[in-house]
Design a protein around this ligand. Structure first.
Ligand SMILES: [Zn+2]
Length: 378
């Protein structure tokens, strides 16, 4: 679906293979709307001799990330530095190996620091003739206006439950019923729906989060719930990073000439090694914080959808519920509180998300939220 759209776009916009091509594109859309998938399909269409056929070597290389003329960037940490950006610009300036386009696909470009964004701006202001920048960010406003105004903006909408179900059943061979419930639960976030449909542990995690609202009857329960939410996010970050951190650290140590005698000691490293090691440690910390935040945010989004469903039940609204499978819980909470209570709870979740994004200590932010969700009669 995306591939067809992108290849059609490429055909129209590239025209005579070069004439009138825009050298900077900005793909925007809410998390999970598939902006990086769309950008990737567009890159495939530009690099493929047959405008993105999906079957040739070139398309396959784009898919697995090994195409020599496609530079893919996905910031791992909370931000992308000016140093990283300058290195990227140098790599992007290389000549295309196959005489076509040289493409840089920059996911989460909104994570570029202000200095990094300025370096990026210079690069897209005067791009080498056959270099194309594909930037992705949640909203066009996330990019500084000078970059935005030089990009052609492609805006993606949140796909419908039906469309997400269709992708899961046809692309991932998920049985219809599981696909439907995953698509409903993910509220348009395709990658989240896919994980819910395919990974039992992700489903169990969601169940655990959604069972919380009914348990929040006293202060003690609220504090316990907050602790559990934060601990789960910590575990996610540890699981995703510990092995990777070790590999990176030992590779770097080897690079700086650490012999068997100097193991574990920075003085065993040649000049510059300690600094590089410190830099790596900071990058690893930033990556772990990002994963922890994303894991917590995913739980908060599930909770928010839950209370929105409670509100829908309170108003008797004829809308699709994200948590149809938890209708009995929704009805209890709808009965034991007013719509005003429910709105106050949704606000508390929104506030918690804002605080987390602003670096507030997670335990404090989440505890304040669970206390606001308390329902003594739940
Ligand atoms: Zn192809």
């Amino acid at each position: 679906m995306l591939r067809q759209a992108a290849s059609a776009a490429a055909e129209v916009l590239v025209g005579g293979r070069g004439a009138g091509m825009t050298h900077a594109w900005l793909f925007t859309g809410p998390p999970g709307s598939g902006r990086s998938a769309a950008a990737k399909a567009f890159a495939a269409a530009l690099l493929c001799p047959d405008q993105g056929c999906g079957h040739c070597d070139s398309c396959h290389q784009v898919e697995v990330g090994s195409h020599p003329d496609l530079e893919s960037v996905r910031p791992q940490g909370l931000s992308y530095s000016v140093k990283q950006t300058r290195e990227l610009i140098l790599r992007a300036a290389g000549r295309a190996t196959q005489g076509g386009w040289r493409i840089v696909l920059f996911e989460d470009a909104d994570r570029a620091t202000e200095q990094a964004a300025n370096a990026l701006l210079k690069a897209i202001e005067e791009p080498p003739p056959r270099t194309v920048w594909l930037l992705c960010s949640p909203a066009a406003d996330d990019m500084i206006i000078t970059i935005r105004s030089r990009c052609r903006v492609v805006t993606l909408r949140t796909p419908s439950t039906q469309a997400v179900t269709h992708v899961l059943t046809t692309r991932d061979n998920v049985p219809q019923q599981i696909a439907e419930s995953a698509a409903r639960a993910a509220q348009g976030r395709i990658s989240r729906a896919r994980r819910l449909a395919l990974d039992e542990s992700v489903r169990r995690r969601r169940e655990a989060v959604l069972s919380l609202p009914r348990t929040l009857t006293g202060v003690g329960e609220c504090i316990n719930a907050a602790e559990r939410l934060v601990k789960t996010a910590d575990e996610d970050a540890a699981a995703a990073t510990s092995e990777l951190n070790e590999t990176e650290t030992s590779e770097l140590r080897a690079l700086y000439g650490e012999g068997s005698s100097g193991k574990g000691l920075n003085k065993g490293l040649i000049r510059g090694g300690a600094g590089a090691l410190k830099e790596l440690e900071n990058a690893q910390k930033s990556r772990a914080t990002r994963i922890k935040r994303e894991s917590l945010d995913s739980a908060l989004l599930d909770l928010m959808a839950f209370y929105r469903d409670v509100l829908a039940v309170q108003f008797g609204a004829q809308v699709e519920l994200a948590n149809e499978d938890r209708r009995p819980d929704l009805e209890v909470l709808a009965r034991t509180g007013t719509a005003e209570d429910t709105l106050r709870r949704v606000d508390a979740i929104l506030l918690c998300r804002e605080r987390l994004a602003a670096n507030v200590n997670p335990q404090i932010a989440v505890e304040a939220m669970t206390l606001s969700l308390r329902n003594p009669r739940g």
